[in-house]
Ligand binder design. Structure first.
Ligand SMILES: [Zn+2]
Length: 159
C-alpha cells in the first residue's frame, strides 16, 4: 500500500481552524455556551439547540471541526455523533414524551441544509399533527416553548 505524505493535513486535524463566517465555528470558539444554547461539549462534537426549531426540543449534534460531509468527518467523530444522538434521544424522550423522533442529516443547500458548510445531525421530537395548518399555509411554526426553557430542561440532562 502507498502512503501519501501529507503533513499539511495532519496539522489541520491537530489544530482545526474555525472557518470565517460559520456560525457553528463562531459559537464554539466564543465559549458563551448558555448564550449560544450549547447544551453539551464532547471530545469531537458539541450539542446545540436549533435557534429556529421545527419542534420544541430540536437539537443538533455538530462536529468541532469545520467539515461539510460524513466522509470528511472521520470515524471517531461519526461514532461519537451517533452516541450523542442516542443520548439526545433518551433525554428528549424523558423531557418531552414525543410520539416519534426525526434524526438525520441534510447535506447541501438543495437538500435543506441551513448551514451547508458545517455538518450537523438534527435530532427532534415529533408528534402527530405538529406539521399543522400554520406551517403548511402560513410558513409559520408554532413553538410552544421558548429556547431558554428548552435549554435548562436539556442542559441538566447532560450532567
Ligand atoms: Zn464551521
Amino acid at each position: 500500500m502507498d502512503h501519501l505524505w501529507s503533513p499539511w493535513r495532519y496539522s489541520f486535524v491537530q489544530n482545526p481552524q474555525p472557518a470565517v463566517n460559520c456560525v457553528f465555528c463562531q459559537m464554539l470558539a466564543e465559549g458563551r455556551d448558555p448564550d449560544n444554547y450549547i447544551v453539551h461539549r464532547a471530545g469531537h462534537n458539541f450539542v446545540i439547540l436549533n435557534l429556529y426549531p421545527y419542534t420544541s426540543g430540536h437539537l443538533m449534534v455538530v462536529p468541532n471541526r469545520h467539515v461539510a460531509t460524513l466522509e470528511d468527518a472521520g470515524a471517531d467523530t461519526l461514532q461519537e455523533m451517533i452516541l450523542l444522538a442516542a443520548r439526545a434521544e433518551q433525554l428528549l424522550q424523558r423531557a418531552y414524551r414525543p410520539e416519534g423522533l426525526n434524526i438525520g442529516f441534510n447535506l447541501g443547500k438543495c437538500a435543506g441544509a441551513g448551514i451547508a458548510g458545517h455538518l450537523h445531525l438534527h435530532v427532534l421530537p415529533r408528534w402527530s399533527g405538529d406539521a399543522n395548518f400554520m406551517s403548511v399555509i402560513g410558513e409559520t411554526r408554532v413553538i410552544p416553548e421558548d429556547l431558554s426553557t428548552t435549554y435548562s430542561k436539556l442542559r441538566d440532562g447532560w450532567r
